[in-house]
Design a binder for this molecule. Structure first.
Ligand code: 5AD
Ligand code: SF4
Length: 433
């Protein structure tokens, strides 16, 4: 979602004549869009700010001013602290106030500014549509936020505090944004939300619409070839949505459905509000609806109170589900969350040991999943020039990176390829059609 938000920040600044640059030394404004989900993500910004201080100094010697801002969830949660610790920062704003960027930047030229409100207005009503050349520059695939925030309050997670409570965007606005993307070359859209499958918006004069219905509406857009959505909570995996996987061809057979732990005791302490058995049942129903669906997940090891037995339960669950890929993390106590207050914190060394054991299994599953593609014919969205001469690259329905020898004129189209080799992070293919 930070990628999406950053693009929207560029969109609103484009209105004032700013252009995106990937050369820091050229930038008059540098905005760090930050993530607070784990401590590691959040610590990065202070080292990054150190680097920016040097760049700003060099620019100053040339008579150039540089405005430095910190955006996103670290700004939201630790704005005051960043201001105190990093004098170089001119502007702090949160994930719900970036629609005010033009005014904030004007003010920040005169004084240090901090805006981490949760304003009553919806930022999306104030953000301008992306300029066609910005969309084209971003390529064939795009994110599109449909829902933000979270009311679930898992006991390890900062999201409900930093992004705020659940809000769904009106369907008409989402459909209009999707059409704009598609008319500028986008072929694949990933709908985003912290709890995307809790989407509960309105359409046609206030009628309620859920994610499954929204997917049906979006699938009607000519020229849009592929749809995805992320991230989902098991409790919002409705019959409707499971059915959509059967009925919507454009919906890719690949679902990110985190469980975090395979121990019911830990799931309860995490306040996930579901059991391992319920999760497994959902997977079964999904596989019944769409036999070629692949699953990815998120796991946290070393949550407070996690015993050896609880950890083994997680490994067992992983073996049972057989993931196509997954993200896994050591538990990171986050300020203000119930988990951080819990006794029985698991020592760091044990957390690290468990993570590497768990990742060994997940890596093996990912490699096996990729190897099982060898010999198969698959539709690939060709989206870039390959690393080696004469090669192009693309994405499979399962988001696997695929490379093959083929003319670069095919970029922008979907073609059929035969997979001829597989590694953990990529597939090699031959063009069929
Ligand atoms: N510690 C470790 N991992 C976390 N996640 C969220 N909060 C924490 C935390 N405190 C992970 C979860 C979530 C993913 C986005 O980040 O697995 O699904
Ligand atoms: Fe965090 Fe997701 Fe739980 Fe919400 S559902 S609290 S975003 S882990």
């Amino acid at each position: 979602m930070n990628v999406y938000d950053s693009n929207r920040m560029v969109d609103i600044l484009s209105e004032d004549g700013y252009e995106n640059t990937d050369k820091l030394e050229q930038a008059d404004i540098i905005l760090l869009n930050t993530c607070h989900i784990r401590e590691k993500a959040s610590e990065k910004i202070f080292s990054e700010l150190g680097r920016l201080r040097e760049i700003s100094k060099e620019r100053k010697n040339k008579g150039l001013n540089t405005l430095i801002g910190v955006a996103g969830c670290v700004a939201q949660a630790e704005g005051e602290e960043i201001m105190a610790r990093a004098p170089i920062v001119d502007l702090i704003f949160g994930p719900q106030t970036y629609h005010k960027l033009p005014q904030l930047i004007k003010r920040a030229k005169g004084e240090r500014v901090i805006d981490i409100d949760f304003p009553p207005e919806d930022k999306f009503d104030y953000l301008p549509a992306a300029k066609p050349n910005n969309i084209v520059a971003r390529g064939l695939t795009s994110f599109l936020t449909v829902q933000e925030g979270c009311d679930k309050f898992c006991s390890f997670c900062v999201v409900p505090y930093t992004r705020g409570s659940e809000v769904s965007r009106p369907a008409e606005k989402i459909i209009a944004e999707a059409k704009l993307l598609v008319s500028n070359g986008v072929k694949e859209i990933t709908l985003l939300g912290q709890n995307v499958n809790a989407y509960n918006g309105t359409i046609r004069g206030g009628k309620r619409i859920n994610l499954a219905q929204l997917l049906f509406e979006l699938a009607k857009i000519d020229g849009l070839e592929r749809l995805r959505y992320t991230t989902s909570h098991p409790n919002d995996m409705s019959d409707d949505l499971i059915g959509a996987h059967k009925d919507i061809d454009k919906l890719m057979p690949y679902l990110h459905l985190p469980i975090q732990s395979g121990s019911n005791k830990i799931l309860k302490k995490m306040n996930r509000k579901h059991t391992k058995e319920q999760y497994l049942q959902i997977i079964e129903r999904l596989r019944k609806a769409r036999s070629d669906i692949a699953i990815s997940g998120d796991f946290i090891v070393g949550f407070p109170g996690e015993s050896e037995e609880d950890f083994t339960d997680t490994l067992e669950l992983i073996k049972q589900v057989n993931y196509a890929s997954a993200f896994s993390f050591k538990y990171s106590p986050r300020p203000g969350t119930p988990g951080a207050q819990m006794k029985e914190q698991v020592p760091e060394k044990l957390r690290a040991e468990r993570l590497s054991k768990l990742q060994a299994i997940l890596n093996e599953q990912q490699l096996n999943f990729n190897r099982a593609m060898i010999g198969k014919i698959m539709p690939i969205l060709f989206d870039k020039i390959g690393k080696e001469k004469g090669q192009i690259g693309g994405r499979s329905p399962y988001l696997q990176a695929v490379h093959l020898e083929a003319p670069k004129e095919l970029i922008g189209t979907i073609g059929e390829v035969k997979i001829i080799a597989a590694e953990k992070n990529s597939l090699k293919a031959e063009l069929v059609k």
